[in-house]
Design a protein around this ligand. Structure first.
Ligand code: FES
Length: 111
């Protein structure tokens, strides 16, 4: 179980793209992107697309998925699974919690 880290205020996360939390802050293997879906739920996924190293935080969030900005593979915000090619696999997801408008990340811990 990882330590929780306060990484952002809820309002810092844009509605339709991601906010990058650097791996130097979390100790994770990759930067982590925070996303907010249409209902305001917050998700944390590894930021690097496993296809050709695009930043998923620069992608588009829609209907529970983030779409890679480079070749449009979609990743499920809840599971990290790739829903379409060319991504060869999904990405890791991490547990997040929101308390009083503050976002806490448990890097390396599944939701
Ligand atoms: S870099 Fe993400 S799908 Fe190609």
């Amino acid at each position: 179980m990882s330590d929780r880290i306060r990484v952002a205020a809820e309002e810092d996360i844009p509605q339709d793209e991601g906010l990058v939390i650097p791996k130097a802050l979390t100790g994770a293997d990759d930067d982590i992107a925070l996303f907010k879906d249409d209902q305001g739920c917050i998700f944390a996924l590894d930021n690097t697309c496993p296809h050709e190293v695009a930043s998923l935080a620069e992608g588009w969030v829609e209907d529970g998925y983030v779409e890679c900005p480079l070749h449009s593979s979609k990743f499920d915000l809840r599971t990290g699974e790739a829903q379409s090619l060319p991504a060869p696999r999904g990405v890791n997801v991490h547990r997040v919690e929101v308390h009083d408008g503050e976002v806490y990340l448990y890097a390396g811990e599944r939701p």
